[in-house]
Structure formats: structure tokens, C-alpha cells
Design a protein around this ligand. Structure first.
Ligand SMILES: *[C@@H]1O[C@H](CO)[C@@H](O)[C@H](O)[C@H]1NC(C)=O
Ligand SMILES: *[C@@H]1O[C@H](CO)[C@@H](O)[C@H](O)[C@H]1NC(C)=O
Ligand SMILES: *[C@@H]1O[C@H](CO)[C@@H](O)[C@H](O)[C@H]1NC(C)=O
Ligand SMILES: *[C@@H]1O[C@H](CO)[C@@H](O)[C@H](O)[C@H]1NC(C)=O
Ligand SMILES: *[C@@H]1O[C@H](CO)[C@@H](O)[C@H](O)[C@H]1NC(C)=O
Ligand SMILES: *[C@@H]1O[C@H](CO)[C@@H](O)[C@H](O)[C@H]1NC(C)=O
Length: 936
């Protein structure tokens, strides 16, 4: 990770953070790369390095949803199986009728419903409210957004770091279809990431991390290409990624992804399910039940225990446990041996090796050609899987790198960084990725498909294809991946567009389309033009045009109007597929080729349709609303916690000060307060669930008030409330008023002195005073007012006390303690209020005096300058009476420009200079010696 230091330095100038997320089927890991924080995993709230993928959503009543994320779900998974969403990854980009869905529902207890209109999948968690159903994209977005917020918290805790997490890269399976990739991209938008760096294939991420961690010696830069293999057995799928690494010279090397092999259904989950089938059979036998007797809760518990068994059997030979009161209040003892586990999976061996063999075959390599195999993913720790791979590739080939668990997350972040800082990091390791499919198109539903981007060609490419003569004014372009239809564009508008193009009779109207295969391997149309092409000039059908066709015919075309991309264009969120500025570039950069731009219509999808722009907005707000709800809940919890803490403090206070309080209060009264405290605690614990923040705050207010009241009473018992005591209080308070008044007077005197000083120097005090007032405007005014008011109140209280002191002994003794103590209180408060004002007023006063003082010197200097100039003018006038007096103009003065004067002021006294060499002073800028030097 040595290079990372440099990278962080570079990043710090970019002032941004990159979040790399490895969203696995079972676990999620995220890495934050930001200036000022260590390059590391983003921890969960519980301090864990990985989090369960998924969340539990429950309705707490009145559509008030509670979302519990990741491993915090804990036992909610078995208690509320119908609300706990797990293993989401395998559903991304799938339509409701996909076989995966049927498979998913065998082991999960949530309800899946079609997302009408886009053939997608929604979760119905039983809230009987269609706005509270969630698409798979929304669920992924919730998970991703939760990670974003955690990362933000990390950054906020660090004052040196930028508090911005907009750049994100997410790992995806290399075999992800276009629809799946689209689902990720849509989710990232919903998760409020404004800058998606890209989707990183898991194998590429691991390879990049592996290579980045290697330290090569000088002699190892031998420019030899060597092959490696990443074997990644995750929870949901298994992939093998074959890559090569060529260290060309120091600081220059190439990492090239060569081929992949995968099994989309084999992984840790399949192993767990195999144990589940064992455990289920034992369970049903034990209680003599049918599978139909199984409840979701029981099934969820059996799944949980199967997962545990799988982990234990990776290390031990046997697994035992007891499931308490699982059925009919009876316990169930279960045990599984490693032998049973291996036996039931014996037919899975080819699932383990096939991905490797496929990757080798595609690259035309043999096992012997591989330098080493990097194992990744939890399932590679299962002994029989490890054994099988070892027997396939040889023990010596297994790489012994540590903590492969996090390498996909680290590599994803590194890949993101490469995107972010393009040119810089390319010098280091150049990552070359290719597509694993043929991306094809067909025109008007014809059978023959044209390969636009062939398998194994580099990604991040655009290309133009001449689709030949426009037939029957009809155009439909369909896009395919390995012969499977992705989407179709029906250009209904083509006949109106074609009228705008007039070609010579010997010419045909031809279609030229530009296609993109972007860094996320999304295939799409960028632009379509109608052009005039020479007849019989050979159809360009199936021919790729990378150079502009040079056409020197001088046919007039009607300029296509400004591109008006009305299309909903699901591609707008994708990198590199910018469809918005095509017209201008066509008409301006290729002036000679006569063409008319054809707007791209909304595509038609055979499977899942991306989330449209409008729907996305709605969903975005929906998620924002849920976030806000969560925040309210967090705030409510905080208030409840502090309310409870306050209650306990109050109770302690009651206990500790009981004796004192009993001097003033009856034991009944005290008991009532104790009762009040208990009631509040009870309320917080059992009845406050539906309370609003306001209600909670009101409760806090009540407790605070009660507390203040008690403290008051305790204080009162300490105060001297005898007539002498009050007399002394009265005396002290009167003295204080006098002091305050005399310091206000002092401020006034200082100002008066300043006035005299100004006037003696012949300066305009009022003008300066006004200017300073303007400068300090808005400050102090209200302080002065509030001071006056507080002083008034204080004086009133004093007057009141004065009257009370005139009472005779008898009348005085009839006054209640509370009433006498209230004088104490009000005076104390008055003093505090006034002191606050006075400090502010004094600060302002000092500032004002300082301004007067500093202005004084400046004004004096300016005055001197004016007088000097005046004198100078008079002297000149006297000396050159008969001549033109243009020069006088030069010294026309501007009062505001002090700076200019400062520069010109001669250091000598004005009298001296004006009398001795007046002419030199009038032309100070000429300085002949310097000019000569410069010109030599
Ligand atoms: C459904 O939930 C939304 C969001 O909480 C709410 O605004 C709406 O009133 C609910 N509809 C019904 C019928 O309860
Ligand atoms: C579901 O909500 C509808 C109104 O939106 C209501 O008529 C119906 O009774 C509710 N069903 C249940 C089971 O709550
Ligand atoms: C882009 O794709 C086209 C068509 O497959 C191909 O001819 C061209 O070489 C590619 N460009 C790059 C830079 O790979
Ligand atoms: C797409 O093009 C427009 C117009 O040139 C530009 O403003 C916008 O930033 C571009 N978007 C992307 C993702 O390149
Ligand atoms: C948009 O226009 C700019 C400037 O003409 C050009 O460089 C860029 O490639 C265009 N983008 C697309 C997607 O056509
Ligand atoms: C989205 O993120 C931005 C910047 O991080 C933040 O200011 C904004 O409040 C977020 N919006 C929502 C709806 O979460």
C-alpha cells in the first residue's frame, strides 16, 4: 500500500472522498478513501468490519416504518421472517417470472410481487399500502444510503476530512446482465450518490488489489506476461477471473483481465441450503410432521442453524445444537457431521471446478500456465471446496495472501480511484478490461445480427455503424447481448425526419448510428443520423465506420433543429452514454457529410425496464421521507434517554436533600413529587411510542420545571431572609446600580474627551462619529435597549424591596418565605441580565474608541497633506503666474483615496520640501536613472 500515500496526497487536492462498496449477497464491506482519514473499512455502528446485506422493515402502526439495517437485525430475522429482506443481490435486474425468483422464495419468507409496468420485482411486506411496497432497487438504495451516512459520520468525526461522499464505486458480479447493471445504477441514484464512478467487476477488484499489494524488486520488471486466477466463491455465486500482469518497467505495468468462468447458482447459500435439507428432514422426522406443517418462523430458525452448521463444519467434524421450544413448546436437538455435509454435496464437485476450466478454456490456457490462484470469498474456506481446488490446480499454486475477505472492497475503491484520477494512476498500473459478450444489433427485426462490439474487445468505446439504406421509411434497431434481446428502439419519427433530407437522385438515404459500450459495459445507441450515400457505392451494412466518410457532394440539407431529446432515456445516469448533445456536433464538425439527426425514442424492453426518470424522483422522495422518519426516531430516542436520565437525577436529588426540603415542604408534597417522577419514567417506558417530538419535549420541560422548583426551595432554606438579611441585599444591590451607572458615565466621558481631541485638532468629530456608527451598525443597538429595560426592571424590584423594608416588624414577619426569597431570585436574575448587556456594551465601547483613535492619526495625516498641497499650489501659482497652469490639475485631490496620498507623502516636513525643491516633487514618477537601466 505504499502507493496509497501518494494517492491520498493527490486526493487531498481533489477534496473528495471515494467510497468503494462490496455489496455481497450475504455480507457488505465498504472502504473509504479520503484525505485526513486512514484508508480503511467503514465500520458498522457496532464496530464490525462487515455487515449483513439486507434490512428488516416493520410497520410500527400508522404507516410508521421502522428500518433495522444489517447485522443489527439480529433476532428480528427469525422473529419477523416476512419483514426481513436478505440475499437481495440475486434478485437485482431480474423480472418477476425469472426462475431465480422461484428459487428465492423456497428459502425466504418475504412476499414478492410484480412491479407493474416494468416487469420488475417488489417486496410486499404486508403493510396493505401500495406506497409502502419496495422495489429491489429501493432496498439496495436503502442499504447503500445507510453506508453513505456511516461514511459521512466517520468523516464528520475527523475535522481534517472533507465532508463529502459523492464518489462511489460498487462491485458487481462479472456476469451481471445489462438489466442487473442498470438496477445497480438506478439504486445508486436513489441512494443519493451524485457521482457514480462506476461498477467494478468483483474479479477485477480482487486482481487490482492483489497486484497493488505486491512489491516488485527492480529485476522483476522483466516485461513478461504472467497469468493469475482469482477464484471467488461467494454466498450466491462462484466466479473465476483469469488475468495477466506484465511489469514493463518501474512505474509502468499492465493488468489485463483475460477471461471469466462462473456458476451463477453455486455458492455458500447453496451449501447452507444443502444442510437445511438435512436439518429439515431430521426435524420433520423428529416431530413426525409434513413439510406443509412448517411455519415461516420455524423455517427461518432452521435456516439460521444451517448457516451456523456450515461455518462450524468448515473447522470441526461435527455440529450439535439444541433449538429450544421450536415446536409445540418442545426442544429439538440437531447434529450434522462433516461427512453428511460432504456426502450431500458430492454431486456438486463440477460446480466447483467448472468456472476455472471455463476461464482457462476461453483464454486458451492450461493450469500449468497459471502462476498462482487467489482464493476469495467465504466459501473457499469450506474444506471440501478447498481440497477440490487444490487437487485441480496444485497445492503450490494457491496464493497465501492474508485477509482476502476485504480485497474486493479495497480493489473496488482502487478501481474507483483510477476512474477519478485517470491520468495519474494509469502511469502506475494500466488496467485493461474487456467485454465477455458479443454485443449485436438487428434492423427492422431482420434475422441477421450485426456484431457491434465483439467479445474480448476493450470496453469504454464508441463506434459508428452504417446501417445501410433506409427501407420503407421504417426503422427499428434492436440491441442484443450474445443473441439475447436487450431492448429495441422504434423510430416512429423517421418518416418526418427523412423529409428534411434531400439527396441527389443518384444517392440513397442511409442510416448511420453511433453505439457505445461504456466502462460499466452498458451497451446503447448514442446517436442516429440519416445521411446521403452514393447508390451502389456498396452497402455499408455490417461495416464499421470509424473514420468520417468524406463526401464532397454539395447537396443542401436542411439543418436539423436543435436536439430535443424528449426521450426518458434510462441511460442518462450511465457514464459515457451522453445522448444530449449529438445534433450540434454532427452538423458542425462534419459539415461536408449531409445528415439529419434522428431523435432517439424510448426503448422497449423485453425483460425488466429501468426505473423511469419521473418514478425515480418519486422513489427518491419516498426514501428521503423514510430517512427523515428515522432521524425523528433517533431524536425521539435521544430525548427519551435524556428524559429518563433527568428523572433519575431528580429522584437522587430528592433522596439526598430530603431533610432540607422537608423544612419547607410537607412529606405529602415530597411524596407527590416522587410519584410524579415514577409516572414519567413509566410513561417513557411504556406509553411514549406514539408521542411526537413536541410531546416529548413538553415532558422534559415539566421535569425541568419541577427540578428547578426543588432546587429553588433548597436554596431558599440557605438564604438569610431576616429583615437584616434583606436590608443587606438591598444595600448591595443599590451599590451595584451606582457602579453600573458610573461606568456608563465613564464611557460617556471618554467619548467627550475624544470629541475635544478631535475638535482641538480641527477635525470633524460628528462626521467620524457617524461613520463609525455605520461601521458598527446593528451591533450594540439592541444591547443598549435591553440594558435600559433590564435596568428598569431591576430598579422596580429595588423599589419594591425598599417599601417592604419600611414595614414594621409585625407586618414584615407576615411575609411568606417564598415571597422574600423571590426578591433574592429576581435581583440575582436582574444582575445576570445586566452583566451580560454591560459586557457587550463595553466591548463595543472599546472598539469604538479604538476606531476613533486610529482614524485620528489618519485624518490628521490627511489634513496635513491637504494643507501641504494647498501651499504647493499657491507657491506654484505665485512662481509661474504668467504661464498656463495645467499642472494644478494633476494635484486635484480625492478625499477618499488615502492610499495614494500615503505613497506620495514626502518624509520631510511639508514646509521644507515645498520651499527647497518644488519642481522635483511635482514629477516624482519620472525617475530618469531607472528608466535607463531598464532599457539597456
Ligand atoms: C400509505 O402510506 C403512505 C406513506 O406513509 C401514507 O401517506 C398513506 O396515507 C398510506 N395509505 C393508506 C391507504 O394507508
Ligand atoms: C387494506 O386497506 C384497504 C384500504 O386501503 C382496506 O379497505 C382493507 O380493509 C385493508 N385490509 C386489511 C387486511 O387491513
Ligand atoms: C472500438 O470498437 C470498434 C468496433 O468494435 C473497433 O473497431 C475499434 O477498434 C474499437 N476501438 C478501440 C479503441 O478499441
Ligand atoms: C452530457 O453533455 C452535456 C452537454 O454537452 C453536458 O452538459 C453534460 O455534462 C454531459 N454529461 C455527461 C455525463 O457527460
Ligand atoms: C458532445 O459535444 C462535444 C463537443 O462537440 C463532443 O466532444 C462530445 O463528444 C459530444 N458528446 C457526444 C456524446 O456526442
Ligand atoms: C443527498 O446528499 C446531499 C449531499 O450529501 C445532502 O445534502 C442531501 O440532503 C441528501 N438528500 C437526501 C434526500 O438524502
Amino acid at each position: 500500500m505504499k502507493g496509497l500515500l501518494l494517492i491520498s496526497l493527490f486526493l487531498s487536492t481533489a477534496l473528495a472522498a471515494i467510497l468503494g462498496i462490496d455489496y455481497g449477497q450475504q455480507f457488505t464491506k465498504a472502504v473509504l478513501l479520503a484525505p485526513g482519514v486512514p484508508f480503511d473499512i467503514v465500520l458498522t455502528d457496532e464496530g464490525k468490519r462487515k455487515d449483513t446485506s439486507g434490512l428488516c422493515i416493520r410497520n410500527l402502526g400508522k404507516n410508521d416504518l421502522e428500518r433495522v439495517f444489517g447485522s443489527q437485525m439480529g433476532s428480528l430475522i427469525t422473529r419477523f421472517p416476512g419483514n426481513s429482506i436478505l440475499d437481495l443481490k440475486q434478485l437485482l435486474g431480474k423480472s418477476i417470472d425469472d426462475p431465480t425468483v422461484t428459487q428465492y422464495l423456497k428459502n425466504h419468507f418475504v412476499k414478492l410481487i410484480p412491479d407493474e409496468g416494468r416487469n420488475g420485482i417488489k417486496f410486499d411486506l404486508g403493510f396493505n399500502n401500495s406506497t409502502l411496497e419496495f422495489t429491489v432497487e429501493e432496498i439496495l438504495a436503502m442499504n447503500l444510503n445507510e453506508i453513505k451516512n456511516r461514511a459521512l459520520n466517520d468523516l464528520e468525526a475527523n475535522p481534517q476530512a472533507a465532508v463529502l461522499v459523492e464518489d462511489v464505486a460498487v462491485s458487481i458480479p462479472p456476469f451481471a446482465t445489462q438489466a442487473t447493471r442498470q438496477a445497480y445504477l438506478d439504486s445508486l441514484v436513489l441512494a443519493n450518490f451524485s457521482n457514480v464512478l462506476g461498477l467494478v467487476e468483483e474479479g477485477s477488484a480482487v486482481a487490482l488489489n492483489y497486484i497493488s499489494n505486491r512489491k516488485l524488486e527492480k529485476e522483476e520488471y522483466d516485461n513478461v506476461k504472467r497469468y493469475y486466477l482469482v477464484y471467488d466463491a461467494g454466498a450466491g455465486s462462484t466466479t473465476a477471473t483469469l488475468f495477466s500482469f506484465t511489469p514493463i518497467s518501474i512505474g509502468q505495468s499492465v493488468l489485463e483481465i483475460e477471461s471469466i468462468g462462473f456458476d451463477e447458482s453455486f455458492g455458500g447459500k447453496a451449501l447452507t441450503n444443502s444442510i437445511y435439507s438435512l436439518v429439515l428432514e431430521k426435524f420433520l422426522n423428529h416431530f413426525n410432521l409434513e413439510e406443509s406443517d412448517l411455519t415461516d418462523k420455524i423455517a427461518a430458525r432452521l435456516h439460521e442453524v444451517s448457516e451456523k452448521a456450515k461455518l462450524v463444519l468448515s473447522v470441526n467434524n461435527e455440529f450439535h445444537t439444541t433449538l429450544e421450544t421450536i415446536f409445540d413448546d418442545k426442544d429439538f436437538k440437531v447434529s450434522v457431521t462433516r461427512q453428511e455435509f460432504e456426502d450431500i454435496n458430492s454431486d456438486l464437485m463440477e460446480h466447483i471446478s467448472n468456472p476455472i476450466l471455463k476461464a482457462l478454456e476461453d483464454a486458451g490456457l492450461k493450469v500449468d500456465d497459471i502462476e498462482s490462484v487467489i482464493l476469495n470469498g467465504g466459501s473457499t474456506r469450506v474444506p471440501f471446496i478447498q481440497k477440490h481446488i487444490t487437487s485441480l490446480v496444485g497445492d503450490n499454486k494457491i496464493s497465501k495472501s492474508v485477509n482476502t475477505d476485504e480485497s474486493a472492497a479495497l480493489g473496488t475503491t482502487l478501481r474507483g480511484l483510477k476512474w477519478k484520477t485517470n491520468s495519474v494512476s494509469n502511469k502506475d498500473i494500466l488496467l485493461v478490461e474487456k467485454n465477455y459478450h458479443n454485443f449485436e444489433i438487428s434492423i427492422n427485426g431482420q434475422d441477421d445480427e450485426i456484431v457491434v462490439f465483439p467479445k474480448n474487445s476493450p470496453v469504454g468505446n464508441t463506434t459508428k455503424v452504417n446501417l445501410g439504406k433506409l427501407q420503407d421509411n421504417e426503422l427499428t434497431i434492436s440491441l442484443y447481448e450474445d443473441g439475447k434481446l436487450i431492448k429495441s428502439y422504434n423510430f416512429d419519427d423517421i418518416s418526418t425526419r427523412t423529409k428534411k433530407l434531400s439527396c441527389k437522385s443518384k444517392e440513397d438515404k442511409e442510416i448511420v448510428a453511433e453505439f457505445v459500450l461504456d466502462d460499466n459495459k452498458m451497451f446503447d445507441i448514442v446517436k442516429v443520423d440519416l445521411v446521403c450515400g452514393s447508390k451502389n457505392g456498396g452497402s455499408f451494412f455490417n461495416k464499421l465506420l470509424n473514420k468520417e466518410k468524406d463526401n464532397d457532394d454539395e447537396i443542401i440539407i436542411e439543418e436539423a433543429e436543435e436536439a430535443e431529446q424528449g426521450s426518458d432515456s434510462d441511460t442518462t445516469d450511465n457514464k459515457n452514454s451522453n445522448t444530449t448533445n449529438s445534433t450540434k456536433s454532427t452538423t458542425s464538425t462534419t459539415k461536408k457529410s449531409k445528415s439529419v439527426y434522428v431523435p432517439i425514442p424510448k426503448p422497449v424492453y423485453p425483460h425488466t425496464r429501468p426505473i423511469g426518470r419521473v418514478a425515480k424522483k418519486t422513489l427518491f422522495h419516498k426514501l428521503a421521507y423514510l430517512n427523515a422518519q428515522d432521524e425523528i426516531k433517533i431524536e425521539a430516542d435521544q430525548i427519551k434517554n435524556s428524559l429518563e436520565a433527568q428523572c433519575y437525577q431528580l429522584r437522587d436529588y430528592l433522596d439526598e436533600n430530603e431533610a432540607t426540603l422537608l423544612e419547607e415542604l410537607s412529606s405529602d408534597e415530597l411524596e407527590k413529587i416522587g410519584q410524579f417522577v415514577s409516572e414519567v419514567v413509566e410513561w417513557v417506558d411504556f406509553e411514549s411510542d406514539d408521542s411526537s417530538i413536541e410531546e416529548l419535549k413538553a415532558k422534559v420541560g415539566e421535569v425541568e420545571e419541577q427540578f428547578a422548583h426543588l432546587k429553588n426551595i433548597a436554596e431558599m432554606t440557605k438564604a438569610d431572609l431576616s429583615k437584616e438579611g434583606i436590608q443587606k441585599l438591598f444595600g448591595d444591590s443599590s451599590k451595584l446600580i451606582m457602579n453600573i451607572q458610573s461606568s456608563m458615565l465613564e464611557f460617556g466621558n471618554k467619548i467627550a474627551e475624544m470629541r475635544t481631541k478631535y475638535e482641538d485638532a480641527g477635525l470633524d468629530f460628528e462626521k467620524e462619529n457617524e461613520r463609525i456608527k455605520q461601521k458598527l451598525l446593528g451591533r450594540g443597538q439592541d444591547r443598549m435597549l435591553s440594558f435600559e429595560k433590564n435596568l428598569g426592571v431591576y430598579k422596580d424590584v429595588l423599589t419594591e424591596i425598599g417599601k417592604v423594608l419600611e414595614y414594621n416588624e409585625k407586618k414584615f414577619s407576615q411575609l411568606s418565605k417564598q415571597q422574600l426569597y423571590s426578591y433574592h431570585e429576581r435581583l440575582a436574575k436582574g444582575v445576570a441580565d445586566m452583566l451580560g448587556d454591560i459586557i457587550a456594551i463595553e466591548t463595543l465601547h472599546l472598539e469604538r474608541m479604538e476606531l476613533f483613535e486610529s482614524q485620528f492619526e489618519k485624518l490628521l495625516e490627511r489634513k496635513r497633506q491637504q494643507e501641504y498641497r494647498k501651499k504647493l499650489r499657491e507657491a506654484q501659482k505665485a512662481a509661474k503666474e504668467p504661464e498656463e497652469d495645467d499642472r494644478v490639475e494633476i494635484v486635484e485631490e480625492d478625499e477618499e483615496e488615502e492610499q495614494v496620498f500615503d505613497n506620495e507623502i514626502p518624509k520631510q516636513s511639508p514646509e521644507e520640501s515645498s520651499e527647497s525643491e518644488p519642481s522635483a516633487e511635482t514629477e516624482p514618477e519620472v525617475e530618469p536613472e531607472d528608466v535607463e537601466h531598464d532599457e539597456l
